[in-house]
Design a protein. Sequence first.
Length: 259
Amino acid sequence: MGANKPVEPVVRALKLLEALNRKSASSLGDLRAATDLPKPTLIRLLDTLIAAGYSARISSEAGYRITEHVLALSIGLRFIDRIVDAAMPAMSQFTREHDWPIGLAKVRDGVVTLLHSTAPQSPLSFERAGYNRTYPLIPSALGQAYLAFCTGEERRRLIQELLPDAQLGVLGMRDARAIEAHLAEVRRRGYAVTLSPRPYKVLGLAVPVKQGRQVLACLVMRFPRSVMTHEQAAGRYLGSLNATARTIVTALAAQDSAN
């Protein structure tokens, strides 16, 4: 009866889904290397997965990613980056309105991991999207925004893990009290900015994406220091950046109510 013979198109599609699941974003070249499938086959399968809602095309540069619809494949599956699906429309709208690229990141295992960026859409982009790029909690703006606005218990735990870092001393944060004082100032002004003992060519202006007391992620707008100061950037864009964060939280809530 041939019951044991696999249906090759289904096997290839599942193999492609597995490859997509390994990275936040995959180019056609990445997927060819991971699956050994020819380019025409990959494109047909990707078009099918997109039509079915399991994949999305980010851009010609960044490639493809899976979507939260993969949750339908298993009740027990926890797709921790579903926030990307909620964030993409609002982030794209920010870049359309202001031209500057923005990024979305989460804290994992004591570092900040970039989940999504509008760099491919920005006419002012000066960096590659850098999906899965990691940053330290300090001096990165993203990490400081997370530390400043997360719960006190989590902040104290993360600070204790940071303290052996010699660079903190160079930045004038030699103990937990100094770090807490700096983070209190971040909370007061409502945003974090890249820190460095030497002037960075590029600055980040970061805000939290909060749901109640929980920081779900952080948003950052990156720009050359030669163009404007962080005070000027905050004056021009902080309101829109915070509005984007609120829109993401609303979109997440809509996702939850639909599931």
